[in-house]
Design a protein around this ligand. Structure first.
Ligand code: FAD
Length: 573
């Protein structure tokens, strides 16, 4: 008999079995046939710049999930479909006779038109971003006070409790039923109008969807064209990895109770001072609600025994709420959230180097230039920042950690983002966000964009006179310079007196410590041996220029959605 319910479960933002409200809802349907798939969704994967480290993290998450499925049902796995969902899914629901498609809430409405029942459930954030916005008077959530207030009006003001992980999983179709090639051949045979050429091209299409082995397997790095030698991150993906890390922190009740973000060091490594669970939250290998409630349980116990707990916004629940704040802002602003052009919440600043959005260039820019800097000079600063050769060891060590490992501490991100924008180079935050997008393993558009706006004082935060020094800020955390020695090994032997300002070391000492400070970093050696670059500018001078320029831009007060009108003046929206 034809089964009544054939459910296609579409894993997109939730590479996990635990606490996935959407997966739970899919299984509640009691399907006779259940097919969990991942598609190479271009909106989700290819849209972004993805570096090798994030690719490996993603594949590890997929492999781990696939294994978990197989453990629950030997016939099951994660069925990886190699095609964009817009074209792949309609083929799949026809071939597999799908009656329901279920996935974690994002935005897409493609299946409904094809008569397949679509079911979406929230699970990516603590609160539904659309609901947060609606409880915030329809406005973007731009401060923690707004988030807390809006969240307080949703249900009992607490995130929903996690749902149970499934203990069993229904079967997929049998081998022939899953085999698109076989289904296709049957279709081709029964269609006398198809000529030989059509048959071959259709066959190729299906082979492509099922992968090179025809088994919907998780791709290898090789298959997606990534050389494993380019993967350098020590951080690994997968639900089982995430749950183990979380369980480790939960056991350490002092860590949980006393966690206060501003007191965690950006210079700590192996182990880092914060949880490093962000990439797992991004890929959904960890549920944010489980994180929240496991932490709450520890804090509740501590409260009973009158032990100290840090409070929102600096404690761990506060960190998770920050994440919701950015999702809420993104949900309200929509697509324009990730750029300046057309964005009502972001200030327009006369950066020396603007973003390269084509519409922006076409629309021109307001003439509020204060300091003229050759944009090719700013482009050079940008490149040196990106490659970790600014000549400021604190900045270079952080940028090299980002490139090698795909993760840096929040205050490290503060340092490099402030330095690139309002506190040094005066380059658009959009250029910096693009670099983070490529290199971070935890890249999350809402959080990345929102935090870049914060640090560049274009939204969320306006105290532009509070600037991070690339010298004294790092020194405060790590006077010995262990972090710099680790990521800029050419400076490893420098005395701590000079580790943050190696250009001040006498030449005889530089020779003794095996590294000359000279050049622009485009080469790591010269005839003298190992070299480290000179600082690319005088920081104090740049700080003054940036501060004056920010003051001026704030005075002019334009936002991303203001428009130039015919007479050349600017119209505020
Ligand atoms: P923890 O301190 O252990 O915090 C726990 C969780 O809370 C994090 O995993 C994260 O999900 C959330 N969180 C903490 N701080 C923030 C914050 N300020 N904003 C949003 N969520 C937060 N975070 C991302 O997840 N993806 C990004 O692409 C991203 N880009 C950033 C860009 C810049 C310029 C800056 C300054 C910050 C960015 N952040 C981003 C926020 C923050 O730096 C990271 O979430 C955090 O450092 C991750 O490390 P952790 O898991 O150890 O954090």
């Amino acid at each position: 008999a034809t089964p009544e319910k054939v459910v296609l479960y579409w894993h997109r933002t939730d590479l996990r079995l635990h606490d996935s409200p959407a997966l739970h809802a899919a299984l509640e349907l009691k399907p006779q046939i259940f097919i969990p798939v991942w598609t190479w969704d271009p909106h989700y994967v290819y849209r972004s710049r993805v570096g090798p480290n994030r690719w490996r993290f993603l594949l590890e998450c997929q492999n781990d999930l696939s294994k978990s499925y197989t453990q629950l049902n030997a016939k099951q796995k994660l069925w990886v479909v190699r095609e964009a969902p817009q074209t792949a899914l309609p083929k799949l629901w026809k071939a597999w006779g799908i009656t329901h498609i279920v996935f974690e809430k994002d935005t897409d409405s493609l299946a409904e038109q094809a008569g397949v029942e679509v079911m979406m459930k929230m699970g990516r954030t603590l609160f539904d971003p659309d609901e947060l916005v609606s409880k915030n008077g329809g406005k973007a959530t731009m401060s923690m006070a707004q988030v807390e207030k809006a969240a307080g009006k949703i249900g009992d003001g607490q995130p929903a409790k996690p749902v149970e992980a499934p203990e069993s999983i229904p079967d997929p179709w049998d081998k022939d039923g899953m085999d698109l090639g076989k289904i296709q051949q049957d279709e081709v045979k029964s269609d006398p109008d198809l000529n030989a050429d059509h048959r071959t091209s259709k066959d190729q299409q299906y082979t492509q969807i099922m992968g090179p082995k025809g088994d919907f397997g998780v791709p290898t790095l090789d298959e997606i064209g990534i050389r494993s030698k380019n993967v350098s991150t020590p951080h690994h993906g997968g639900e089982s990895v995430a749950l183990k890390i979380l369980a480790g922190y939960i056991k350490d009740e002092e860590y949980i109770g006393r966690f206060e973000k501003p007191k965690t060091s950006p210079a700590d490594f192996e182990p880092q001072s914060t949880t490093l669970l962000s990439p797992h939250l991004h890929f959904g290998s960890l549920s944010v609600r489980k994180f929240w409630w496991d932490v709450q349980a520890v804090m509740d116990e501590r409260k009973k025994s009158k032990k100290h707990n840090a409070t929102i916004p600096t404690n761990l629940p506060g960190q998770l709420l920050f994440r919701d704040m950015y999702f809420g802002a993104q949900a309200a602003v929509g697509e324009a959230f990730s750029r300046t052009y057309g964005n009502p919440v972001v200030r327009f600043i006369d950066w020396h180097l603007q973003s390269k959005t084509p519409e922006e260039l076409a629309h021109g820019k307001p003439e509020i230039k204060f300091y003229e800097v050759d944009s090719s000079e700013a482009e050079e600063w940008f490149l040196r920042w990106k490659e970790g050769r600014t000549g400021f060891p604190w900045i270079d060590a952080l940028m090299r950690q980002l490139k090698q490992e795909g993760w840096i501490h929040h205050l490290g991100r503060h340092s490099v983002a402030c330095f690139l924008t309002r506190g040094g180079c005066y380059v658009s935050w959009e250029r910096g966000a693009e670099v983070f997008e490529e290199m971070l393993i935890d890249h999350e558009t809402a959080c990345n964009i929102g935090n870049w706006m914060w640090l560049s004082c274009t939204a969320f935060f306006a105290q532009f006179y509070r600037c991070y020094s690339p010298i004294s800020f790092g020194k405060k955390w790590d006077p010995e310079g262990a972090f710099i020695r680790r990521y800029c090994p050419e400076l490893a032997k420098f005395d701590k007196k000079y580790i943050y300002e190696p250009w001040r070391a006498p030449i005889a000492d530089q020779r003794k410590w095996g590294c000359r400070v000279t050049g622009d970093g485009s080469s790591s050696t010269n005839e003298d041996g190992t070299i480290y670059p000179k600082p690319m500018f005088d920081f104090d001078e740049r700080r003054t220029i940036c501060l004056d320029s920010m003051k001026n831009a704030y005075h002019v007060g334009l936002h991303g959605n203001d428009r130039q009108v015919k007479d050349g003046s600017w119209k505020k929206s």
